[in-house]
Design a protein around this ligand. Structure first.
Ligand SMILES: Cc1cc2nc3c(=O)[nH]c(=O)nc-3n(C[C@H](O)[C@H](O)[C@H](O)COP(=O)(O)OP(=O)(O)OC[C@H]3O[C@@H](n4cnc5c(N)ncnc54)[C@H](O)[C@@H]3O)c2cc1C
Length: 378
């Protein structure tokens, strides 16, 4: 536990693991599984997110709630097994909670309980800055120092799990009067009426994730909204937990794909046995991945290079296995899996999303290459 940033809540808030597991499973396998096709096509499931929050799905990884990353990943796995889009919303909510808590800013930690219990909702707009800090693309938001804070300008192309009354973490490069960039700040954007969210182009799936473009024009960031100034040390600290938590989306989608393969075994097993990536094979690989992750969850703030490389590698393994598992489930189910409302073809698009959401598989490999070369200078 990172006690430097722990907020002093009573342990009465800590989720009871058995009760949390049972309730999250009940929601995921019941109402969420039924709603998954509509969520894929645009229904933003805030009501279901509220129930998951009340069940304790969004709090276990937080220091103030016991720092149980294993439980947070279990909850995300169970949600993603039924609906990858809601699994992604769970990850957004989880990392936004991490920003609020790890900021150590009393104005933000005061908002933590409502967030962790799913009474308030918020996402994360860090894809661009994470890629910008890695040198992959330019930083899109710019900040200028003014009395009492900063004015931010620019536009973030697609940020999910936001809407009226919600919020998200974001980052901007600070520019001086001469246009030179000195450092970056990380802050919370509140969507309280002064920002007009712009629609995104239609995606091929994940449409219920409430994903918008955020245009900022002289948006004021005061001390109450500051997550980190400067932002780089903060990003270095949360980088591994940020990536590690995403593995829960991947393992859930993989488990859902295995479910779909097994569903048709009585009817099609005699011919499906000629396919590659059979359910037992994918399950064995999933078990191996889950075993790796079980070791990593014990020290999410480890900070060491070896640890970070292990986390990145596990996340890449999860993304790659999700793609293979989803494709195999489609082949196992055949035409019934190809129906517009069928889980296997929806899961193909969910797995593709896991492979491209930041850090995308290509970005993970880029980071691994960079870290390996740092270890063995030419
Ligand atoms: C459904 C969905 C939800 C997302 N939710 C979030 C979120 O909550 N928070 C967040 O920070 N990011 C979010 N993203 C962005 C995501 O994490 C990736 O950054 C994005 O998919 C591009 O990643 P990439 O590394 O593959 O970049 P590349 O595909 O290699 O693209 C490089 C750059 O070009 C831009 N680009 C590519 N195609 C287009 C296009 N057609 N129109 C405009 N720009 C384009 C990309 O934004 C990217 O910055 C979301 C993306 C999708 C599809």
């Amino acid at each position: 536990m990172n006690s430097a940033h722990a907020t002093n809540f009573s342990t009465e808030f800590w989720p009871d693991p058995a009760a949390m597991r049972a309730e999250v499973s009940h929601i995921a396998r019941g109402v969420l599984a039924g709603a998954a096709p509509q969520i894929d096509e645009g229904r933003y499931p805030l009501d279901i997110m509220g129930s998951l929050g009340a069940a304790g799905a969004f709090s276990p990884h937080l220091d103030a709630f016991g720092a149980r990353f294993d439980l947070a990943l279990e909850a995300m796995h169970e949600v993603s097994r039924s609906c990858g889009a809601t699994g992604f919303l769970t990850w957004c909510q989880d990392v936004c909670g991490l920003y609020l808590e790890q900021s150590g800013n009393p104005a933000l930690t005061a908002r933590l309980v409502d967030h962790a219990m799913g009474r308030r909702f918020g996402g994360t707009g860090l894809s661009n800055p994470v890629k910008a800090l890695a040198g992959i693309e330019p930083m899109l938001l710019r900040a200028r120092k003014v009395k009492g804070g900063y004015l931010v300008n620019g536009s973030l192309p697609w940020v999910s799990h936001i809407g009226a009354g919600q919020y998200c973490g974001a980052m901007a490069a600070v520019e001086g009067d001469d246009g030179k960039r000195s450092h970056e700040i990380m802050f919370l954007i509140d969507f309280d009426g002064c920002i007009e969210l712009k629609p995104c182009p239609e995606f091929s799936g994940m449409e219920g994730t409430s994903t918008w473009r955020i245009p900022l024009s002289d948006y004021f960031v005061g001390e109450d909204a500051m997550i980190a100034d400067p932002a780089r040390p903060f990003i270095a600290r949360i980088r591994a937990p940020f990536i590690l938590l995403q593995v829960g989306m991947a393992t859930g989608v993989i488990a859902g794909a295995i479910d779909s393969m097994r569903d048709v075994e009585p009817a099609l097993g005699h011919v499906n046995c000629f396919l590659q990536d059979r359910p037992d094979e994918i399950q064995a690989e999933l078990d191996e991945l889950t075993g790796r992750v079980a070791k990593l969850v014990a020290a999410p703030y480890d900070g060491g290079k070896d640890y970070l490389m292990d986390v990145i590698d596990a996340r890449a393994q999860g993304g790659e296995l999700a793609l293979r598992a989803a494709q195999s489930a489609m082949l196992h189910q055949g035409a019934r899996g190809y129906l517009r409302s069928a889980a296997p073809q929806r899961r193909m698009r969910e797995a593709q999303f896991i492979a491209i959401v930041t850090p995308a598989i290509k970005h993970l490999r880029f980071e691994l290459d960079r870290l390996m070369r740092e270890e063995t200078p030419q």
